[in-house]
Design a protein around this ligand. Structure first.
Ligand SMILES: Cc1ncc(COP(=O)(O)O)c(C=O)c1O
Length: 360
């Protein structure tokens, strides 16, 4: 069986080498030394001013909305993982969907202004598959209408635009360090902001809003992460260059071998390099996608309809709404296997099967 994804695991001895210290210190969670060390190392690796290591990417989104004190409507994309929309609803705000661009698959910046009302407080956009949104355009729109911007950068670990970390854009960016991600800490998330005041607030929100032994600054939650998760993050960081190199090589191989498939790839931002977080393809027809998916399944090859269905039609707590580009792309997109342990030979086999199925 070839799964669609498989978590990277560092050598067990490396993980174990941190455990003695944890046992000696008996400090298991609550901003421990390893979690703090991970934050510093990630800050350096990602070239960002500040970041916080939190429970997961979903809690990071909720904390971002809370810390910015957002109310009313938040403009967002229907082509994302459920957490992007559910966090908005969870925080008592209303998601207002805007259709996506058919090439980048990100929110169509040209359609945002038409969705702004007097109740709009923010834009929450996803860098889909790690591919940067039109950050400069979105920034201009936000400034013009006095809106906050949150980027759901769950997929964007290591992505840069014009040499600058993608996490530096917007008021706050969030990232997921879930086990299935390119870089992970089993469960985990990041909050990144350039604003030191906002960072302080986010740090307080992460720790129940506690300001002293007997005092509270604000409403908070438990967004902390543990020393054991930090260890996985620290250990995996030693391998990140190797992981990225391998995933990029596999991506190039897929690209080379699938040139004649009746499908296309999303178009990546011109000033940025693909971080190989996923390998999505958009088939010419849903029928061909379903046929390929079924045959790959019969050959024990996992794929994922990521993202399907559109969030604007799928969620029982929202009135269904149709967006032509999202509905169309969501029906035809399929992610192929991509993970560190996947071999070039396996990629070749997947590509051979796809081309054979298409021609049958
Ligand atoms: C776009 C997007 N946003 C948010 C999340 C949530 O992250 P987590 O699973 O770490 O809570 C994910 C997870 O897959 C995601 O893909």
């Amino acid at each position: 069986m070839i799964p669609v994804t498989k978590p990277f695991l560092p050598p067990q001895q490396i993980y174990q080498s941190y455990l003695d210290g944890i046992w000696k210190r008996n400090w298991l969670t609550n901003m421990g030394p390893l979690a703090s060390d991970l934050e510093l190392r990630l800050q350096e690796f990602l070239k960002v001013d500040h970041l916080l290591f939190v429970t997961n990417g979903t809690v990071a989104l909720q904390m971002a909305i809370k810390a910015l004190d957002l109310k009313g409507e938040i403009i967002t994309t229907p082509f994302s993982f459920v957490a992007t929309t559910s966090s908005i609803v969870w925080e008592g705000c209303t998601p207002v969907f805007v259709d996506i661009d058919p090439e980048s698959l990100n929110i169509d910046a040209a359609k945002i202004e038409a969705a702004i009302t007097e109740n709009t407080s923010a834009i929450l956009a996803t860098h889909v598959y790690g591919n940067p949104c039109e950050v400069e355009k979105i920034d201009r729109i936000a400034k013009k209408h006095n809106l906050k911007v949150i980027y759901d950068a769950a997929h964007s670990f290591g992505v840069e635009v014009k040499g600058r970390s993608i996490f530096e854009f917007g008021d706050i960016s969030t990232c997921s360090l879930h086990a299935t991600k390119l870089y992970h800490s089993i469960e985990g998330g990041l909050l990144i902001t350039k604003d030191p005041v906002l960072l302080k607030k986010l740090a307080s929100v992460r720790n129940f809003g506690i300001s002293g032994f007997e005092s509270f600054d604000e409403l908070g939650l438990n967004g902390k992460n543990s020393e054991f998760h930090a260890v996985m993050g620290l250990a995996n960081l030693k391998y990140i260059e190797e992981i990225s190199k391998k995933r990029k090589a596999l991506t190039t191989r897929y690209d080379d071998k699938l040139k004649n498939l009746k499908a296309r790839r999303p178009i990546w931002h011109i000033d940025s390099e693909n971080n190989a977080a996923y390998y999505p393809i958009i088939f010419d027809t849903e029928e061909l996608m379903l046929k390929c998916r079924e045959h790959l399944q019969l050959n024990e090859i996992g794929t994922r309809r990521y993202f399907y269905p559109s969030l604007a039609t799928a969620l029982p707590y929202l009135e269904p709404q149709h967006f032509p580009v999202t509905d169309d792309i969501a029906k035809r997109v399929l992610c192929l296997p991509l993970f560190y342990d996947l071999t070039i030979e396996e990629v070749d086999m997947i590509c051979r099967l796809l081309l054979r199925i298409q021609n049958n």
